[in-house]
Design a protein around this ligand. Sequence first.
Ligand code: HEC
Ligand code: HEC
Length: 487
Amino acid sequence: MHCDKGRFLAMAWDILASGSGKCRAASAVRGGVTPARTALLALVVALLPLQALAFPLGGDQTVLPAGTELSEDALARPRELFHSEAMGGRKSYLVNLGDLAFNSPSILGGKARQAEMSCGTCHVNGASNPKLFVPGVSSRPGTFDTTSLVFNAKTFNSILDPVRIPSLRGARFLAPYGHDGRITSLREFVYNVIVNEFSGPRPSDEVLDGLVAYINDIDFLPNPKIAPGGRLGAQASVAERRGEALFFKPFPKQAELSCAGCHLPAGTFNDQVRHDVGSGGLVKTPTLLNANFNAPYFHDGRYDTYEQVVEHFDRVFDLELSSQDVQDLVAYLNAVGDGERPFDKDGVVLRMKEVLELSSVLETAIPAADTAVVSLAVTGVGAELRELTEHIPDIRNTSIGGKDERLAARAILKDLVLTLRRIDLEVAAGHIDEAMTEYRKFAQLVNFDVPVALKKAEPWSLFNSNVHQAHYTALGRMLPVTSGQSQ
Ligand code: HEC
Ligand code: HEC
């Protein structure tokens, strides 16, 4: 959720007003400093002295290839559910710490960090990112080559072999990890992602434990169409039932095989085993739960639809499916792969909930004088707040209303950032009591005054789809390259 392009585009409100400027993501002249870019940076520094001091200035997208699409301006965000909360409990400190680390570019290294990418850039809210596309690193949207030169010269394997960015919903049932199941332990897998794939510094045990706890807590979305035991519920259609029967039926030429023999309905529609299904070697069986939101399909993202997947199995295993059979299996897969309310609308409510959750680690980390976690929280929450600010156009933009509301919202967000900054300074100086006093002020603001002020400004913010659209249309006219995604 660390939004370089989004952030930049929001800053571009100002440039739009002044009628010059160029998108960093669009120009992306590697290492090149264009006059427009210099002007932009000067403008940004002049406009945001506070943020510039408190936090490193926004991500540098020029480190990513031109035409990169991180899809950070999407107005719908995958809904995230936690097992601990579903069980009626609260998320633990470790889970919140992991969530924070997951969304913090500072735990990665190299170009990912420079561009302010985090785990959450690819696994948005713990799900996938079907639109992410990095030229030279992705073969198609939603795929990514984790062994490419762009992010780490050490793991570079000199071939372009992008794989689909998987959803991490239900990850605790999805070992062994990686499409090829190369690593059994989630902890080890995550360590490898940070240190080897994204050249990050060695994470502390605490951060690693947090990431594992967070990932293990991400649940599947509930699906009322499936009854306990993994069978279709009473409301299933006739086509879905025929599909279910086919799913359990032994393959005509290899009676030891069936769809259900690998995608175990009594479990989570996978078997935690690797098989060769004619897609290029041994691949672990993916879960079919919530899979309606996981396209593109297969480890390399070669298929867009269930129909293509079923036709693949038909071809490879000689299933002799009629076109009716194919449609029935597709209907069944759609029923099994569904999930309740898959997306949340991005907006003030969602953002404030996130700020509250991420900053909650401070309640434990300040009294413990845990400077590492305090810094992570201050940086991570600070970036979140900066993004929020940039969703509210500066009042010099006169083409939209709500001038007073926008002014008030931006002012209170600035207050919040300052308070956060003071917490960091006090903890660093060993003043724990003072830091707690600032934290209580922060919590008070986040719980009461800020949501009220932001809610009032929301109709004139980028969270309003009309404002959002007008904004991107205007930018598109000015910077035709910005939206240029090769597909
Ligand atoms: C640039 C995109 C990107 C970023 C950033 C990223 N991932 Fe991934 N992630 C992927 C891709 C692609 C795969 C699939 C790798 C494979 O199959 O070999 C993956 C796989 C995984 C898996 C294995 C899932 C499974 O079912 O086997 C886990 C767990 C994971 N990532 C966690 C993380 C964590 C934690 C971070 C941050 C430290 C992170 N990822 C950052 C793209 C990304
Ligand atoms: C021998 C075990 C096995 C059998 C039998 C099997 N699958 Fe799979 N299935 C897999 C594996 C392994 C993959 C991943 C292939 C890849 O990623 O290259 C997969 C992938 C899929 C996917 C794509 C999911 C995603 O997220 O990418 C769907 C849908 C699917 N199978 C449905 C079926 C159906 C329907 C049948 C019966 C016609 C079937 N499978 C039979 C093992 C199996």
